[in-house]
Design a protein around this ligand. Structure first.
Ligand code: PEP
Ligand code: MG
Length: 622
């Protein structure tokens, strides 16, 4: 649907908007609340009006191209068509979750969209414009769709509503193509009214990085998984969030009141008096608990039998620094540097990186800062605009393609610039370096050689570097790395277990995919055995080992991880107080006995029961 806004700009509605409005009139209203369930992502309660971001049109600058770029432009269009088809395919699989009436209306619409991505007038016309008028693919798609829509609307036909609908459909599919061509975070998230709950079909990590937690009360999306990077970003920002909420876009419409519970994973639309009352009570209870937990800030993370546990923060964007200070973190255990590369069209150079790291290292004083080099690829590059760090969308299977360290070793100039900036900032504080997605000891060796070469080069350049180079650690986040941990340990100075990717790769379950979220299980015995194997390999060599995946921030899992021998945890800053509370109620001997019991189990459901029961006991003591 495309409507004229008061400011004269065109606003388009997302695929489901028409149905949301129509259904809203039927399903919403007093006494007709709609309760939806999704994946609980970030705790907290939000009560407010919904704000559907899909309505904002992309601001696509018009571009022409030189003759020699025509081929590449045609290829971009082919890629965008493939991606659009994939997205529509995903939406199709979700139809079954919707009420019959909505299914009947949406199914033919999706079919129509898919047809328009075949040998359609739209695509033929767009290709012609690329070749004949030398237009960039997005400009060609825009011009062609507008020309077709204008022709449809000018047709002599009494069914004006039908003409309008067809013109809208053309514009809608063109919009999807343009969004995919420009790969821009296509929502203007700056304008989200204060206190509203943001609703979207999907939110990329790059989109999430632009959210202002002071303005946005909550986030709910149809897509997304428990430990995807969007989820991690939302947790980092402390915005109550529910992802993977099927049927949300169908029912949601801008301005509709809602109660979102990020702890339970529920969204209630058009809440009745009772639901509103419950929401308000939960909000007050959450605030009380926060106040209670904040008192733990200055207390040490020590078990009842005197074992000191290191609790560090993960950092996604510098805006989190004040939260890290408030949380009482002992340094940064995982600085994800992807934020430097997101939402921009060029690469940050050595100086720009140095300035960003310096701000963080200075803020942390003497506390350690573990900087992970760029972990691009997989879900992270899907829609984040960038200057072509990696090939488009990482190949046919991005999670297994050119990502993490393997990408950096193929593009050593990226790694050199980043190492140079890190080496220079190491002079200012307590810095360590972490390598992502390692599968092979040789990769670590190669990275170390580059690090040492950069250090020599910088010294020749007259830069002041610390006498001892920063320690070089390895993320253990693939089954291959976990099972070869003893060999990799010989090349590494420390391990950080990335339980998010380790779970994904072990179970072959996409961590960011709502459809398979029920199979994403860090407590699966296969994942736990790999973690145990890697931890023991490190401990045998007396090498530091931490967990920095989302498991580390779950107080219910802390006893098990302590029992496996982990003494260092890095998590989103908001989780530190609860984890500290759990640590202070635990005895290491009990944890070790509990871990032994868990590791004897082969059924994930039984492990979950044991973990829940142990956690209840801990909560009662805390
Ligand atoms: C992990 O995989 O567990 C991890 C910490 O890295 P990321 O979430 O950034 O992939
Ligand atoms: Mg990872």
């Amino acid at each position: 649907m495309r409507t004229e806004r008061p400011d004269g700009k065109l606003a388009e509605h997302a695929l489901h908007r028409r149905d949301a409005k129509r259904e809203g009139a039927v399903r919403g209203g007093k006494g007709r609340e709609v309760a939806l369930r999704g994946i609980p992502i970030a705790p907290g309660i939000a009560i407010g009006p919904l704000y559907d971001t899909a309505e904002i049109p992309p601001e696509t600058p018009r571009r022409t191209i030189p003759a020699e770029a025509v081929e590449a432009e045609r290829a971009r269009l082919v890629d965008a068509v493939a991606l659009s088809r994939k997205q529509l395919g995903k939406l199709k699989t979700k139809l079954a979750l919707l009420p019959d009436e909505a299914q009947h209306e949406l199914a033919p619409l999706l079919e129509a969209y898919v047809m328009m991505l075949g040998n359609s007038r739209l695509l033929r016309g767009a290709r012609k414009r690329i070749e004949g008028e030398r237009l960039a693919a997005e400009t060609a798609v825009l011009d062609e769709s507008e020309a077709i829509a204008a022709a449809i609307l000018a047709a002599k036909d009494d069914d004006k509503a039908g003409l309008y609908r067809r013109a809208t459909e053309i514009r809608e599919i063109a919009r999807r193509l343009m969004r995919n061509l420009t790969a821009t975070p296509f929502r203007s998230l700056k304008d989200v009214p204060e206190g509203s709950i943001l609703v979207a079909e999907a939110l990329t990590p790059a989109d999430a990085a632009l959210l202002d937690p002071a303005r946005i009360a909550g986030v709910a999306t149809e897509e997304g998984g428990a430990d995807g990077h969007t989820a991690i970003m939302l947790r980092a920002l402390g915005i109550p969030s529910v992802l993977g909420c099927a049927g949300l876009c169908h029912d949601a419409a801008r301005g509709v009141q809602a109660v979102l519970d990020g702890t339970e994973g529920t969204v209630v639309l058009w809440p009745g008096d009772k639901a509103l009352e419950r929401g308000r009570e939960a909000l007050a209870a959450f605030a009380r608990e926060r106040a209670k937990l904040s008192k733990l800030r200055r207390l040490p993370a020590v078990t009842t039998d005197g074992e000191v546990v290191e609790l560090q923060a993960n950092l996604e964007i510098p805006a989190e620094l004040p939260l890290i200070a408030q949380a009482g973190a002992h340094g940064i255990g995982l600085l994800r540097t992807e934020f430097l590369f997101m939402n921009r069209e060029d690469l940050p150079d050595e100086e720009a990186q140095l300035a960003a790291y310096a701000q963080i290292v200075d803020a942390m004083g003497e506390d350690p800062v573990t900087i992970r080099v760029l972990d691009w690829g997989g879900e992270k590059d899907m829609e984040a605009q960038n200057s072509g760090i990696a090939p488009t969308h990482g190949g046919p299977n991005p999670a297994l393609g050119l990502r993490g360290l393997r990408l950096l070793l193929k593009r050593p100039e990226l790694l050199e610039a980043q190492f140079a900036a890190i080496l220079r900032v190491a002079e200012r504080g307590n810095v360590r370096i972490l390598l992502p997605l390692v599968t092979n000891p040789a990769e670590v060796k190669q990275a170390r050689e580059i690090l040492e070469r950069m250090a020599r080069r910088l010294r020749r350049r007259g830069e002041k570097l610390p006498e001892r180079l920063p320690e070089l650690g390895v993320m253990i986040e693939t089954p291959g790395a976990a099972l070869a941990a003893d060999a990799i340990a010989l090349e590494a100075d420390f391990f950080a277990i990335g339980s998010n990717d380790l779970t994904m790769y072990t179970l072959a379950v996409d961590r960011a995919e709502a459809e398979v979220n029920h199979l994403y299980d860090p407590l699966h015995p296969a994942v736990l055995r790999l973690m145990q194997f890697a931890t023991e390999a490190a401990l045998r060599l007396r090498m530091p080992v931490s967990v920095c995946g989302e498991m580390a921030g779950n107080p219910k899992l802390v006893p098990l991880l302590l029992g496996l021998g982990i003494r260092s945890f890095s998590m989103n800053a908001g989780a530190i107080p609860r984890v500290k509370q759990a640590v202070r109620a635990l005895d290491i001997g009990d944890c070790a006995r509990f871990a032994r019991r868990v590791m004897e189990q082969s059924d994930p459901a039984r492990i979950r029961e044991l973990v829940a029961a142990f956690a209840e006991g801990v909560a009662a003591r805390a």
